[in-house]
Design a binder for this molecule. Structure first.
Ligand code: HEM
Length: 406
């Protein structure tokens, strides 16, 4: 799908002066042209869906494929080495998607994840203890991303998968490259190869001595019974490791910063901690960190909101726009920690690919935000907000670093 006169490019930049809001163009498009043509970096084009109802219709319809190898899939500008054979079930359709997802569903069920809450609290408390002891708080501040936001989800997912946390420098820096929108393609490709080699070796080691963890159970229950291959286990590891730490880490950073600036909401949550669960839903809605996707390709001619999308045409689904749709969320651009319908957000997607790790992300966010509010009531940014390096260069929004003091 290449056009001679290119339509407007996919909006990615937040409005000037506001690091939290999605691109301003989304608001206009929702009313004027809710399904509009956009151009992608390589000159190809795709449809951009901006309305909540259309987005749920697209994500809920399996005739829109997630398979990145289907011709017409809008790959341009996507991160993560998406077209490779071992691309993980996030980029597959039923029946293969269903078969593979089922193998790990129980690991992320609410009950299982709730049982982890005390361990997540312990990890958070230890990191907060270390932060309290940290030198440098007076000069320049402590980087909350490095001290807390990234280590909590990384430690938890490493523990669940059975990946040595001592290797976190390796997998965090490789993931950072995979998710960057600005690095050169060959650099991203070599990061992808390095991560594959790292996980390949890890799985080989675990085949010899499978532990009591997700990868160990996949090896014993699925690989040794011939259901999946060595490479499939490595693909599970890559998907869960990447999805399991980058996303939540960025939500923690953005949420902490939001509550440092919105001291009224922060005080309310300190007084009424029972509101924290709902506040996490609202923060997920408000921030919608998956900024240029998810994406799909139509496998049939499908009418969405009175608009025909033809087989083979690509669609970019603007989750941040759906979550600011005024027809669903009143005064949508305002953060309201007691918003009654915040949980109807689509920050975790919708339909069969809806986030597998959402229960885990919720518990991590509830624990970390609750702990920060309780233990660091005076925490504030150590630099002016316009000096915070926001991740406008990445597929997942957040802050690269967040210097704080208290
Ligand atoms: C705040 C944190 C998170 C956000 C905002 C988020 C968001 C999303 C979204 C929007 C999707 C749907 C993708 C699509 O439709 O193509 C998704 C899928 C997925 N997420 Fe998350 N996620 C988060 C945390 C996690 C965590 C902690 C894990 C842990 C393993 C995880 C694992 C996955 C997996 C495996 C999928 C693919 C599901 C499938 O294709 O069936 N995510 N996530």
């Amino acid at each position: 799908m290449t056009l001679s006169t290119a339509p407007a490019p996919l909006p990615v930049e937040p409005p000037a002066g506001c690091p939290f809001d999605p691109p301003a163009e989304f608001g206009t498009l929702r009313t004027t042209e809710p399904i509009s043509k956009i151009s992608l970096a390589d000159g190809s084009w795709a449809w951009l869906a901006t309305r909540y109802s259309d987005i749920r219709a697209i994500l809920g319809d399996t005739r829109f494929s997630s398979d990145t190898t289907v011709p017409g899939y809008p790959l341009s500008g996507m991160t993560g080495g998406a077209t490779t054979a071992n691309r993980g079930f996030i980029r597959m359709d039923p029946p293969e998607h269903t078969r593979l997802r089922r193998m790990v569903t129980r690991e992320f069920m609410v009950k299982r994840v709730e049982a982890l809450r005390p361990e997540i609290q312990r990890i958070t408390d230890e990191l907060c203890d270390a932060m309290e002891r940290a030198e440098g708080r007076a000069e320049g501040g402590v980087d909350l991303v490095e001290a807390l936001a990234l280590p909590v989800p990384s430690l938890v997912i490493s523990l669940l998968l059975g990946v040595p946390y001592d290797d976190h420098d390796v997998f965090q820096s490789l993931t950072g490259k995979l998710l960057s929108r600005t690095i050169a393609d060959d650099e991203r490709e070599s990061a992808r190869r390095e991560l594959r080699d790292y996980l390949d070796q890890l799985v080989t080691g675990k085949e010899a001595a499978p532990g009591d963890d997700i990868l160990g159970r996949l090896i014993v229950e699925q690989q040794q019974t011939g259901e999946i291959s060595h490479d499939d286990v490595a693909a599970f590891a890559a998907l869960l490791l990447i999805a399991g730490h980058e996303t939540t880490a960025n939500m923690i950073g953005l949420s902490a910063l939001t509550l440092m600036r919105d001291t009224e909401s922060a005080e309310r949550l300190r007084q009424e901690p029972a509101l924290i669960r709902g506040a996490v839903e609202e923060l997920l809605r408000f921030h919608s960190i998956i900024r240029n996707g998810p994406r799909r390709v139509a496998t049939a001619d499908i009418e969405i909101g009175g608009h025909l999308i033809r087989a083979g045409e690509g669609v970019v689904v603007a989750v941040p726009s759906a979550n600011r749709d005024e027809s669903v969320f009143a005064d949508a651009d305002r953060l309201d920690v007691s918003r009654p319908n915040a949980q109807h957000h689509v920050a975790f997607g919708y339909g069969i690919h809806q986030c597998l790790g959402q229960a885990l992300a919720r518990v991590e966010l509830q624990v970390v935000i609750g702990t920060l509010l309780r233990r660091f009531p005076d925490m504030r940014p150590a630099v002016p907000v316009d000096e915070i390096p926001f991740r406008t260069d990445m597929a997942i929004h957040g802050c690269h670093a967040l210097p704080v003091t208290w």
